[in-house]
Design a protein around this ligand. Structure first.
Ligand SMILES: Cc1cc2nc3c(=O)[nH]c(=O)nc-3n(C[C@H](O)[C@H](O)[C@H](O)COP(=O)(O)O)c2cc1C
Length: 342
């Protein structure tokens, strides 16, 4: 049984990765219904939160059916991070996660996210401050190191465990790699093999099929897997992996009705949660992911991204189902080519 503090996560949990502009409550709902064992909010700027910025505050919205759920924070200032940990704790999530992995300039060049991989004493200080600011378990998500020459995840894992983190997720790339090349899980396995390490270690990077999930589970000995891009437009990946682990068989790909239903549900909740206009606008980036590989879907997509009327949108989705009902879309999960922010 994998445990983070008192949170029981089963034998081999599958986690939905935090993804900015993606893993909001509507997306999390469809992932939860399709087998995600634990989820995180998008990363939340501690500077934004402390200023009461609307966008950062809104990211704190969590719903009871999402549990267990973690709030992910990032920042460059220790006191601000501690203060925000208190704000985040007040919304009563199951845990607080710190982002030490974000490689993008607007974060890493301001001393936050992956930048902390260049300053382990500062990372340790910040982590200790967050741990001390909350009763909740604190976890960390990070990368192998800053670049090829400084892969310091082994030291990071030991020192963060020493100051009280309760789990560590490692994306098998360096900051310098951004999203290029293949994620390398060998160092992740090494952390897991370290007899000093007793917290759960979750592997992350490039898992996009049940077969790969099983292969990596067996080869790298991790406690669970975090999945990001492969779940975008394909929330079924979680249950597919679980089924494959349990039976060695592949579940059938979702029917067209299941795809349309998931997309409808996602749209409906986006409208309810964000407001009509924003919910509709932000949903536009998701349509092609749900229907990737459908012949001539472009025509429907054009209509979907032009309308601002909920009823019209639902009716276009009905048309998609009428036109493609029974069509067997062979595409399984596929990593969406996002220049993600990590
Ligand atoms: C669009 C997008 C947004 C992301 N935002 C975050 C984030 O807010 N916090 C974080 O820790 N990682 C973020 N990431 C990184 C993912 O959590 C994950 O580490 C990365 O995508 C590798 O996993 P994957 O190969 O399963 O996608 C983001 C990735 C993408 C693609």
């Amino acid at each position: 049984m994998v445990k983070i503090g008192n949170i029981e996560l089963g034998e081999f949990p599958l986690l939905l990765a935090p993804m900015e502009d993606v893993s909001d409550p509507p997306f999390r709902q469809v992932c939860k219904e399709n087998g995600a064992d634990m989820m995180y909010t998008e990363f939340i700027s501690s500077e934004g939160l402390i200023r009461d910025a609307y966008k950062s505050k809104q990211k704190l919205d969590i719903f009871p059916y999402e549990r267990p759920i973690g709030v992910q924070l990032f920042g460059s200032d220790v006191d601000t991070m501690a203060e925000c940990t208190k704000i985040a704790t007040a919304v009563n999530p199951d845990l607080i996660d710190i982002n030490y992995g974000c490689p993008v300039k607007k974060v890493a060049c301001k001393g936050a996210g992956a930048a902390l991989l260049q300053d382990i004493p500062m990372m340790v200080k910040m982590t200790a401050a967050v741990v001390n600011a909350t009763e909740l378990p604190v976890t960390v998500k990070t990368r192998l190191g800053w670049n090829d020459e400084t892969k310091n995840i082994e030291e990071v894992a030991e020192r963060l465990q020493d100051v009280g983190i309760k789990a560590l997720t490692i994306h098998g790339r360096t900051r310098a790699q951004m999203y290029k090349g293949e994620a390398d899980w060998r160092l992740i396995a090494k952390i897991k093999e370290n007899p000093r390490i007793n917290i759960p270690i979750f592997g992350n990077g490039d898992i996009d099929s049940p077969e790969k999930a099983l292969e990596y589970r067996n080869r790298y000995g991790i406690d669970g897997i975090m999945i990001g891009r492969a779940a975008i437009g394909y929330p079924w990946i979680f249950n597919e992996i679980k089924h494959y682990f349990a039976t060695g068989e592949n579940l059938a790909a979702p029917s067209m009705k299941q795809r349309v239903d998931a997309c409808r549900q996602h749209l409906k909740f986006s409208i309810e949660w964000k407001n009509e206009r924003l919910g509709i606008l932000e949903m536009r980036r998701h349509y092609s992911n749900y229907f990737k590989g459908l012949p001539h879907f472009k025509e429907h997509r054009m209509k979907l991204v032009q309308s601002l009327e909920p009823e019209e949108l639902f009716s276009i989705l009905d048309d998609v189902l009428v036109e493609f009902d029974g069509y067997f879309l062979e595409t399984k999960a596929k990593k969406v080519d996002y220049a993600g922010v990590d």
